[in-house]
Design a protein around this ligand. Sequence first.
Ligand SMILES: NC(=O)c1ccc[n+]([C@@H]2O[C@H](COP(=O)([O-])OP(=O)(O)OC[C@H]3O[C@@H](n4cnc5c(N)ncnc54)[C@H](OP(=O)(O)O)[C@@H]3O)[C@@H](O)[C@H]2O)c1
Length: 307
Amino acid sequence: MTKNILITGASGMVGEALIKSLSKQGHNLNILTTQKNRVQSNVKCNMYYWNPINNEINLESLDGIEYIINLAGSPITQRWTKFTKKKIINSRVKSLSFLLNTIRENKLTSVKYLISASAIGIYPSSTTKYYDENYNQFDNSSFLSSVVKKWESAAMEYSSEGIKVSILRIGIVLGLNGGALPKIIKPIKMYSGAVLSNGNQWQSWIHIEDLVSIFLHLLETKVIGIFNAVAPNPVRQSELTFEIAKLIKRPILLPNIHKSLLKLVFGEMCSIVVDSQRVCSKKIKNTGFNFKFQYIHPALKSLIQSN
Ligand SMILES: NC(=O)c1ccc[n+]([C@@H]2O[C@H](COP(=O)([O-])OP(=O)(O)OC[C@H]3O[C@@H](n4cnc5c(N)ncnc54)[C@H](OP(=O)(O)O)[C@@H]3O)[C@@H](O)[C@H]2O)c1
């Protein structure tokens, strides 16, 4: 059945892949973008400008909308200064709360279901723990964890308006049109790839195709709750590096890059690559979702060899 769906943050890596699939299925798509110059409706979707920080939105974008998919967020891969930290938080929390206020104030009762992006960065770094969605001993000193907690609270707030809420704690998305993979491939291709830190940190990844399928699965089943969106078999950082090197036929010649050097270069943000999260995908599987890519080798092969 055709659905009326509003998507925020749709011009990013996940959004672009999702729009392709949703438009193939014939759904009516409205897009909210923060880039004025991108506002150009086409056969796939209607685009509208919004600025959640300045409370600017075109109400037409919400006309008849039943489903909201929230992907908006300023990238976390920028040096974490006081300014950028604020931007990373506001772009997630204010976007969600501004949209909810708009729904409330305008009594837009057609909205029934919100699926919001979240991240596995909510879980504390550990090489031994195996995290499922019931884990709640979050690390208050971690910037990422505190961002994600605020982000998820802002999403949960939608249930106060009778809107069903699903939250996806997304792992490292593997795709070629953005995200981590092209950044890892580039130095390896140039013979300057190296394992980061001691390489033992767990990286819970997901193939972009499976992530898109999870969004489609939620739209169909309308299950509610928090779900880890990661493949069933996370890998250590060293395994990820060597698998990529093998597939692009390059040796890893350099020694591991020490954690202190990563900290010096990237500052606090180095936690993105040195932290370890081994995350469990059982809950989403128990809703009837089947992963196409369960293991890292076929997942990487499908991307790298299609290039
Ligand atoms: N990719 C991953 O590995 C990964 C992992 C975990 C979680 N996530 C989360 O999943 C969501 C989608 O991921 P993605 O990789 O597609 O992200 P992305 O490529 O960085 O795209 C996010 C989108 O958010 C919008 N945006 C940027 N700055 C904004 C701001 N200041 N205020 C409001 N919106 C802003 C942009 O769309 P417009 O310019 O059109 O407004 C942008 O295209 C993000 O929230 C991300 O944090 C991603």
